[in-house]
Design a protein around this ligand. Structure first.
Ligand code: UDP
Ligand code: MG
Length: 328
């Protein structure tokens, strides 16, 4: 039987067979060193390698501390974290990646910041170790996000090593939102967030699950999930362009009246037409993003499906069942 731990670490796992063993040893070592009670919830997000078996084996090694949630398929990193959030038993919740790019040795720093009274501790990666194009994408992404969503105060939103208070996690878990971006969601609920710098390492083994397309999708999700800025910008651009085109039509009519008809301007007109078509298509795309999002929300499909959970029940859960059985 388990007791309520102080710290819950939530980790999504997708095809990480090469790193799990090292993750286990470094993470438990770092947490043991803190001298506080803890649990580690690992969600296997539909891995197709040996991750599932390794997780089972880790659970057997420390059944009191290691809990495994097994998904029925691949539902994405953020849903894997959500599934962990729904089950946490601790007071301070830490999220991190399985691939050891966020050193578990930094968890102490986060716990310290939480104990100073913050309810969300975000991190930024010091000397980030990623490929050149990933760094560029991130840099621009962070800039554009800061400009579009100034309320989301985050230096670096790609780093998943973060800490949340239990109340924030419960809020996030209870909204049932399918927003794919947990740190942004947490910040919208936070009263006293802060940021600390953490070390960043290269991926130990395996490959990143995100390709360029994945990153672009992810950004669209983030922006459309947390702001209507693109819609507003679009309305403004549409307005501006309609005004300009109107002025242009007036100009053409006057020109025709003064100079008479002409054919030479046909190509200019084509160019303008193409430009307008482009804007219209882009606008439709943006509207589509939002409609898609509404569709996702109203469908009310389960966000993820859990196959089984490996964990020990809490002491009080066991006592309650015992009492229920007696009163029946
Ligand atoms: N992950 C997941 N489901 C996915 C993709 C990734 O649970 O569909 C996990 C993965 O195992 C890792 C974390 O999410 O623990 C971050 O993934 P990755 O390292 O591939 O992303 P990157 O660090 O390149 O952003
Ligand atoms: Mg990674």
């Amino acid at each position: 039987m388990s007791h309520h731990p102080y710290i819950s670490v939530v980790i999504p796992v997708h095809n990480e067979q090469e790193v799990l063993e090292e993750l286990y040893s470094r993470l438990t070592q770092a947490l043991d060193k803190l001298g506080k009670s803890y649990e580690i919830i690992l969600t296997n997000d539909g891995s197709t390698d040996r991750s599932s078996e390794i997780l089972q084996e880790l659970h057997k090694r420390r059944p009191d501390q290691i809990r495994v949630v097994e998904f029925n398929g691949n539902f994405g990193q953020h849903m894997a974290i959500m599934a962990g959030f729904e089950r946490v038993r601790g007071q301070i919740i830490i999220t991190m990646d399985a691939d050891l790019q966020n050193p578990p040795e930094e968890i102490g720093k986060l716990v310290e910041a939480m104990e100073r009274g913050h309810d969300v501790v975000n991190t930024y990666r010091q000397n980030r170790q990623d490929s050149w194009w990933r760094l560029q994408v991130s840099k621009w992404h962070n800039r554009i996000r800061a400009w579009m969503m100034p309320k989301l105060k985050m230096k670096d939103e790609g780093c998943m090593l973060r800490a949340y208070s239990r109340s924030i996690v419960d809020l996030m878990a209870s909204t049932g939102e399918s927003a794919t971006f947990i740190p942004a969601l947490a910040l919208t609920y936070a009263a006293n967030p802060t940021e600390v710098g953490v070390a960043h390492a290269e991926r130990q083994a395996g490959t990143s699950s995100y390709n360029l397309y994945g990153l672009i999708r992810y950004n669209f999700d983030l922006v459309t999930g947390f702001s209507v800025f693109p819609l507003q910008v679009f309305t403004m651009i549409g307005l501006l362009i309609s005004l300009c085109s109107f002025a242009f039509v007036v100009f053409l009519i006057l020109r025709r009246l003064i100079h008479g008809p002409e054919v030479e301007g046909v190509f200019t007109l084509f160019a303008i037409m193409f430009f307008l078509c482009g804007i219209v298509l882009f606008g439709l795309g943006i509207v589509g993003e939002y409609v898609g999002r509404i569709y996702q929300e109203v469908r009310k499909r389960p966000r993820f499906v859990v196959k089984h959970v490996l964990e020990k029940p809490l002491v009080e859960e066991v006592t309650n069942t015992f009492q229920d059985a007696r009163s029946n």
